[in-house]
Write a protein of this length. Structure first.
Length: 289
């Protein structure tokens, strides 16, 4: 759980390149340091802070972004996860010029990537990272020679990839097998989709990391065989990778065998929190002041 340096940070240190990690870019001192680089251009990849106008204007050629979606679809913080969860067949990387909006700037270059049924967010991130690295070189060379044309985005079809919330990580087995698989893969490896399963005398949260759609049926959430095939609202999923809390990742078959999970066991939803007895407290109306 310790904060560790990224590979980029480690490489920069080994080459004697200074690395700055400001908690905000709205601070006057952080902006002064940024301007002090006297950069030709700034390139942004999966950065968690919005760039204020003072930072966007500092480099001579402005700031560009490598965004992991086909804009204007999936502007925002979690485009890779949301594209898988929505069942998109295609995604990609856009080379774009940044403005003060959230991924609303004009685009210049694009590489399209197919999303395979077996792709998790982790898998897709690695593939898109390689695509983005090559696209960055193409884009920067074209900008240096003055041959790159940026085109304004259309707002038609724009969607927002909101940040993943832990409240949406529990699996709903009443959905179709395809939808459940997309939910699992979109949240894998982190934060991970989960479901609760009775094991021994207790009830444990099982994180499911990878699954495949199979032809089978039963009551939603029911384990159908020793391969850990689980019935969904429509069809079924075979669990390929899963993890008990504090344990190693296992295949579904290994989990069934090692933890003596029998066919007929049922994943059940998290219980609703108990409400105190007695009348509900009065609702206070907001003040108009």
């Amino acid at each position: 759980m310790e904060i560790t340096r990224t590979p980029v940070h480690e490489t920069a240190d080994s080459l004697g390149i200074p690395v700055f990690t400001p908690s905000t870019l709205n601070d006057a001192e952080a902006q002064r340091v940024f301007r002090g680089h006297a950069s030709d251009i700034a390139i942004v990849v999966a950065y968690g802070l919005l760039l204020p106008a003072a930072v966007l204007k500092a480099p001579a050629l402005g700031c560009v972004n490598l965004h992991a979606s086909l804009l204007p679809r999936w502007r925002g913080a979690a485009p890779i996860q949301r594209s898988i969860m929505a069942g998109d067949e295609l995604t990609g990387v856009d080379f774009m010029r940044m403005n003060t909006g959230l991924d609303t700037g004009p685009t210049a270059l694009r590489e399209t990537v197919r999303i395979n049924p077996e792709d998790t967010a982790g898998d897709l991130t690695l593939r898109l990272a390689k695509v983005a690295a090559k696209l960055a070189v193409r884009g920067l060379r074209a900008m240096a020679s003055g041959r790159l044309e940026f085109r304004e985005q259309a707002d038609v079809g724009a969607t927002y990839a909101r940040k993943i919330d832990k409240g949406e990580t529990e699996i709903d087995w009443r959905q179709s097998a395809v939808d459940v698989r997309n939910h699992i893969h979109g949240l894998s490896p982190t934060p991970g989709a989960f479901s609760n399963l009775p094991i021994g005398r207790g009830r444990e949260r099982i994180k499911i990391l990878r699954a495949e759609v199979v032809t089978a049926s039963g009551d939603p959430g029911t384990i159908l065989d020793d391969k850990m095939t689980v019935a969904c609202g429509e069809g079924a999923l075979r669990i390929l990778q899963a993890q008990r809390s504090g344990r190693n990742v296992k295949t579904g078959r290994e989990l069934v065998r090692d933890d003596r999970i029998v066919a007929g066991a049922v994943f059940d939803p998290t219980a609703e929190p108990e409400r105190p007895e007695g009348p509900a407290p009065p609702v206070r109306k907001p003040s108009r002041d």
